[in-house]
Structures are given as structure tokens and as C-alpha cells.
Design a protein around this ligand. Structure first.
Ligand code: FAD
Length: 360
């Protein structure tokens, strides 16, 4: 792990977001650990700079200019803290690439995150929306999260209850601009069973001639499934699902089904979860293109950037899609990717020109 803190002025973030939206940051700092994050927060505050936290940029809509400081955590350390019975406790730095962790765990036969293979992004961002796929979510294996509270600059460990994980949700998402996550502790299992209940998983296992008997087999199966279903951001820039699946009451669901008998819905503890992709598809958006932005032909939930556009064009398209779903079904779609938000700085805005140096 590198202990270096690196600073860059007028940083180009176009290749640091999976939508490849043009964006520049006045300053970009990369910190290796929580104390260095505290130091960067202190400097940003002293200079009256707005601060944003960025991981790998796969779930954000970056504006053309971030006139402040963008902070990234670079800790790429994965460490086994303890083996006890059938479980193993890990400490993972926020800068680890999520899929690298999934492979690292699978190669050691550790169960618990294998169905989360190929989700883009960093470990540090994983708790923010409690990443999930194919019947697994981070919350099931997360013991605690190390984070810096931005207002007090205290380094704390929040246990899973304090993280208040929900469906694509957590305290970190609900308190935007309040935390810098620097590491996670996870509990994985040395003995386990494949979770194959989710649509398509059994089929892909049998197609590949796999039994799902090991985490490595599951990672292979899930990765194959995902590559087929979702456009690769390296080929067609996107941020994955652009809207969350809305949850409605049973009464609303039955009313909607009266008009659209093929409307899919899944019962959850909070109500009936609808498929946002189905709703958008039914409104005719799949494959739509307007200038440099559009909707993926493979998946109505994935908004794409063909090139030459910026955040404004993408957000305008997202707003039009949400409005058409609301008009037709009376259902409000909620966006999944966030803006890289941060609280307004307490002091005056930072002075420009010679002599202003955040690094000093
Ligand atoms: C093709 C594709 C498929 C996807 N599939 C899935 C899926 O199946 N399931 C799923 O859950 N998600 C999915 N996503 C969304 C995305 O992968 C996750 O949200 C991921 O956790 C984002 O990681 P990141 O490092 O890119 O975060 P960023 O996009 O950089 O940041 C996302 C948010 O987290 C905040 N943040 C980032 N790092 C930190 C930190 N260290 N401390 C505090 N806040 C932080 C940012 O400020 C921002 O608000 C997909 C995305 C793509 C592009």
C-alpha cells in the first residue's frame, strides 16, 4: 500500500467516471488512510473549499466543473484479521477495486460476496448504496465501516446497525456529504452454499456446465450473466441502473395490474417492488437516442453516453423518462446515481491566483 498523499490541480475527471462525462476538478487529492483524509478535510475547510468524495465514478453524474476539492481514498490493502469457526474476518481498504476483492475472496474459497462479482467501483463506495445483485448485498457481510465524520473530523467505526443499510440505501447515502469511508470489515464464510434463487442464475450455471459448488464457479457464472445483460462501460459509457426499482403498496400494484396484467412485481417487506426497466421499456424508451445521450438497446434501465454530451443532457433525458413513467403509471422513479455532493464550505470561497496553494 502506498502511504503517499498526492495532489493534482485542474484534474481531468472524464476518464474517472464510467459515463465518461466531461468534468474537471479544481483540486484532486488521493489519501491513503483515515488520518490523511482528516488532514485533507482540515485543509479544505481552512481554505473554504467545497469537498466531494469520489470512488471510481461508476455511480455519479459529474458536472462539467467541480470548483473545489475532490478526495479519493487510495488504500488498496486486503488483510485477514481472524479465522473463527466457519467465518473469516477481513479488513479491506476503501481504495480496493470491488471486483478484485470478490476474486480475492473466491480464490480463497470464502463465501458471501460471490454474487456481487463484476459490480464496478471501489470498496469505499460499496456501503453508500449497499451494493447488491443476484440475491446478495453488502449488508449481509459487512461488520463495520471505518469513516471520517466530516463536520467533526472524527475517525469512527460504525457497526452494521449504525450504517442503517436498506435496499440500495444506507446512512451514508441518506447523509450526503457527511462521511469519508476509509475501510470496511467484512465477515465471510469458509463453508457455504451457492445462492441460485435469482432469475437466470440456475440457467447460466447449467449452460456453463457448472454446479455452483465453489465461490469461483459462482463468480464465473455471475460475471458471464452480467456481461450478457449490461453494456460494458468501457465500450458504451454508462452508470449501470439509472433508476431504483420503485416499491408500491399492494393496492397500487393491483390497480396497475388491472390496466397492465403483465406488470411484474416482487413482494418485499416494504411492499411490491416493480421493475423500473419494465416501466421505462413500456413507455418506449429502450434504444432511444437524443444527441450524445440515450437509453441502452439491451436494457431500458441503463442510460448511456454516446459521446459529446454532458451531465445536463443526460439529466434532462432522465427527467423526461421519469415524467413519462409518472404520467403513464403514476409511479415516481428515483435516480440511483448521485451527484458528488458536499456541504457548502463554512468560510469564504478560496482565493484564486498566485500564492494560493492547497498543498502547502
Ligand atoms: C455497468 C454498471 C453496473 C452496475 N451494477 C450494479 C449492481 O449490480 N448493483 C449495485 O448495487 N450497483 C451497481 N452499479 C453501481 C456502482 O457500481 C456502485 O454504486 C458502486 O458502489 C460505485 O462505486 P464507485 O467507487 O464507482 O463510486 P462513485 O461512483 O465514485 O461514488 C458513488 C457515491 O458514493 C460516494 N463515495 C464514493 N466513495 C466514497 C467513500 N470512500 N466515502 C464516502 N462516500 C463515497 C460518492 O460521493 C458518490 O456519492 C453498477 C454500475 C455500472 C456502471
Amino acid at each position: 500500500m502506498s502511504d503517499a498523499v498526492t495532489w493534482m490541480e485542474d484534474a481531468d475527471l472524464a476518464t474517472s467516471n464510467s459515463l465518461r462525462l466531461p468534468s474537471r476538478a479544481r483540486w484532486l487529492v488521493s489519501v491513503p488512510n483515515a488520518p490523511a483524509a482528516v488532514d485533507a478535510l482540515t485543509r479544505a475547510s481552512a481554505k473554504g473549499l467545497t469537498l466531494w468524495v469520489l470512488g471510481e465514478g461508476s455511480n455519479v453524474v459529474l458536472p462539467p466543473r467541480l470548483d473545489g476539492l475532490v478526495l479519493r481514498v487510495s488504500d488498496e490493502d486486503i488483510r485477514i484479521l481472524e479465522h473463527r469457526g466457519d467465518s473469516v474476518r477481513l479488513r479491506v481498504g476503501a481504495g480496493v477495486h470491488w471486483d478484485a476483492l470478490v476474486h480475492w475472496a473466491a480464490e480463497r474459497d470464502f463465501w458471501g460476496i460471490e454474487n456481487l462479482a463484476l459490480i464496478p467501483g471501489s470498496v469505499g463506495a460499496a456501503p453508500v448504496q449497499n451494493i447488491g445483485a443476484y440475491g446478495q448485498e453488502l449488508a449481509s457481510s459487512c461488520i463495520r465501516v471505518q469513516a471520517v465524520e466530516r463536520t467533526t473530523r472524527r475517525i469512527c467505526w460504525l457497526d452494521a446497525a449504525a450504517c442503517a443499510f436498506g435496499y440500495r440505501d444506507s446512512r451514508f447515502r441518506r447523509e450526503p456529504g457527511s462521511w469519508v469511508i476509509t475501510a470496511l470489515e467484512l465477515s465471510l464464510r469458509t463453508r457455504g452454499q451457492a445462492e441460485v434463487g435469482y432469475a437466470g442464475v440456475r440457467d447460466i450455471l447449467s449452460e456453463l456446465g457448472l454446479a455452483g459448488a465453489s465461490p469461483v464457479e459462482m463468480v464465473r457464472a455471475i460475471s458471464t450473466l452480467r456481461r450478457r445483460k449490461l453494456p460494458d462501460p468501457a465500450e458504451l459509457p454508462n452508470a449501470g441502473s439509472f433508476f431504483k426499482n420503485p416499491v408500491v403498496s399492494l393496492a397500487t400494484f393491483e390497480q396497475l395490474r388491472g390496466r397492465d396484467p403483465d406488470l411484474p412485481g416482487t413482494a418485499t417487506a416494504d411492499g411490491i417492488k416493480l421493475s423500473a426497466a419494465w416501466l421505462i421499456d413500456r413507455c418506449g424508451w429502450r434504444g432511444f437516442r437524443r444527441g450524445g445521450v440515450g437509453v441502452a438497446p439491451q436494457h431500458a434501465l441503463v442510460l448511456v453516453h454516446h459521446g459529446g454530451a454532458d451531465a445536463r443532457a443526460l439529466l434532462a433525458l432522465a427527467a423526461d423518462i421519469a415524467a413519462s413513467v409518472r404520467d403513464r403509471f403514476g409511479v415516481q422513479l428515483e435516480r440511483e446515481p448521485t451527484d458528488p455532493v458536499g456541504p457548502e464550505p463554512a468560510g469564504a470561497s478560496a482565493p484564486d491566483g498566485p500564492g494560493w496553494g492547497l498543498k502547502d
